[in-house]
Design a protein around this ligand. Structure first.
Ligand SMILES: O=C(O)CCC(=O)C(=O)O
Ligand SMILES: [Mn+2]
Length: 217
């Protein structure tokens, strides 16, 4: 029950076009062109204070995606495994605050608490992200709110088991996607980006922000 009714309420709050793709709500063009540029400028400041890095997978290979974060937590991986960290691995400093526009997106869908992590992924041409679940957070009743900027990405979404059938959809600059309720723990990943489609990022590529609530309330 709840889910349907709640989405009805939330969707009414959000302007722009809502597409439900394979049961996942995608708010197309949630951020307009000015908002995308403004968020990007905040992200540049964050990248200066907390330089993006390529986490090492359990296999000892660097990921093709470069990562940094805003907020208290950043996802991290090295040979010891993956976890959330609270200090930048190179600078030892805390991560910068979450940009206001990203917080605004979160609050359209979740009002119980602020996110404590805004993970920022940078995909250059050829970068991808393998199928995984987001399950290192304390409370799965909080959504993961995803914002896309720059080149389009082919997002793959499956079920609750790794081997479940998957479907794919394109995420475009300004789109916001919400993984919540029964969708929260679905396996998902990025197969590829379509490089050179968007002029938003000076050197091309794609940024993805995921707002999460990592810690206990
Ligand atoms: O880049 C995306 O759209 C997805 C990123 C993702 O799944 C993650 O960072 O956990
Ligand atoms: Mn994920």
């Amino acid at each position: 029950m709840g889910l349907q009714a709640e989405w009805g309420k939330d969707m009414a709050l959000v302007s722009g076009m809502v597409e439900t793709v394979h049961g996942i709500p995608v708010f197309r063009g949630f951020l307009d062109a000015d908002e995308q540029r403004s968020l990007l400028s905040d992200l540049r400041d964050i990248a200066r204070a907390a330089p993006p890095f390529s986490p090492i997978t359990g296999w000892g290979k660097p990921m093709s995606v470069r990562i940094t974060a805003a907020g208290r937590f950043c996802w991290y991986s090295d040979r010891r495994g993956y976890r959330y960290i609270e200090a930048h691995p190179a600078t030892g400093q805390a991560f910068p605050p979450i940009p206001a526009l990203a917080l605004r997106a979160w609050h359209e869908f979740e009002t119980r608490a602020d996110p404590d992590c805004c993970l920022i992924n940078h995909y250059r041409e050829g970068a991808r992200m393998g199928l995984h679940q987001d399950r290192d957070e304390a409370d799965f009743s909080f959504p993961v709110v995803s914002i896309s900027l720059g080149d389009p990405a082919l997002f793959r979404i499956g079920g609750l088991e790794r081997g479940d059938p998957t479907r794919s959809l394109w995420l475009y600059s300004g789109d916001v996607m919400v993984l919540s309720g029964e969708n929260r723990l679905r396996f998902h990943g990025i197969d590829r980006i379509k490089a050179g489609e968007s002029a938003l990022l000076k050197d091309g590529g794609r940024l993805n922000l995921t707002l999460r609530r990592v810690g206990e309330m």
